[in-house]
Design a protein around this ligand. Structure first.
Ligand SMILES: [Zn+2]
Length: 320
């Protein structure tokens, strides 16, 4: 069974609920989750994309990040209330209880905190919503930090440094997946607990800004954190012919070599429901195909125990 450390299903939930649908997860996604062997997932709230680029362009009063966050939280609450088969949890212990009771489990995460404006109280509101994991930015520059789409050299703002401390005081894991390099190293200086990169691969195999250098992998290892494997085709390899499940397994092997197997996890980021440009690697087109990755991990010589660590245990350890 697999714990997927980064899922954008709440994007599909919000888009469909605003169009009048309900029971979106059960009707549109549950069967594929089960076929992929998913026992739990991290559901992220992502509101930072320019509104004109997504379904938000047709939603009234959704111009700002704060508007979109409020709407998305309301849709998420309504949807989750319709899912008796899915338990929202905050700890690995609660996740194990849900699993024992035959339910899937979901941790909540915030993917980009532009919506807080200049107010650190926003982090308390994310925590009250149930978020256990938070990213300071998506790819944009905001009041806290600069995302991977901005100047790689700029670091955290003073408010961003305070945000890291506030998150860790509240027990929220800091997730650096979308940060630029300057912000990454500022988080490493500021942290007093595990830091994760929930959905990023290795620059050694695919040199894009959303992937991590070997030095960054080691820095995350040194905090006790994990890095989650991302299926997005463009983060797997520069050559389309090499954007495959096998190549993603090679990222896992590289991470294991650099950090140790205990720091490799899953954060698949399946986004095929967002349309063209969001395809997964070949053999990992949607979450029903997750086991193809584990087939290739076995082909690369990983033991059943090592595959179990990657599939679920490593990330659950960090969420204890
Ligand atoms: Zn992302």
């Amino acid at each position: 069974m697999v714990f997927d450390g980064h899922s954008d299903l709440l994007y599909d939930v919000t888009r469909r609920r605003l169009a009048g649908e309900d029971h979106v997860l059960e009707r549109c996604h549950l069967d594929r989750l089960r076929r992929g062997g998913v026992e739990g997932l991290v559901l992220a709230l992502w509101t930072s994309a320019a509104a004109g680029q997504t379904f938000w362009r047709d939603v009234p009063e959704a111009e700002t990040d704060a508007d979109r966050t409020r709407i998305m939280m309301a849709c998420a609450r309504a949807e989750l209330a319709e899912c008796p088969w899915l338990s929202v949890v905050r700890t690995a212990g609660e996740a194990e209880q849900a699993r024992a009771a035959g339910a899937l489990y979901a941790f909540l995460a915030i993917e980009g905190m532009a919506a807080i404006g200049g107010d650190l109280g926003g982090i308390d509101r994310y925590h009250a919503f149930g978020a256990r994991i938070g990213m300071l930015t998506w790819n944009e520059e905001n009041c806290l930090a600069t995302g991977a789409g901005g100047d790689p050299a700029s670091g955290l703002t003073e408010l961003g440094r305070q945000a890291v401390r506030r998150m860790q005081d509240l027990g929220m894991l800091v997730d650096v997946s979308h940060l630029n390099d300057g912000g990454f190293w500022d988080v490493m200086r500021e942290t007093h607990g595990p830091v994760i990169a929930s959905h990023s691969n290795c620059r050694a195999l695919c040199s894009v800004r959303r992937n991590l250098t070997d030095d960054q992998l080691r820095a995350i290892r040194d905090t006790g954190g994990v890095v989650g494997l991302n299926v997005h085709h463009a983060f797997v390899h520069a050559d389309p012919a090499e954007q495959t499940a096998e190549m993603l397994a090679r990222h896992a092997a590289h991470m294991a070599e650099v950090m140790g197997i205990e720091h490799v996890a899953c954060g698949f980021d399946f986004c095929e429901f967002m349309g063209p440009g969001n395809e997964g690697a070949q053999g990992l087109e949607n979450c029903a195909q997750i086991q193809n990755l584990f087939y290739w991990l076995e082909q690369l010589g990983m033991s059943a125990r090592e595959r179990e660590l990657i599939a679920r245990e490593n990330l659950l350890r960090v969420l204890a």
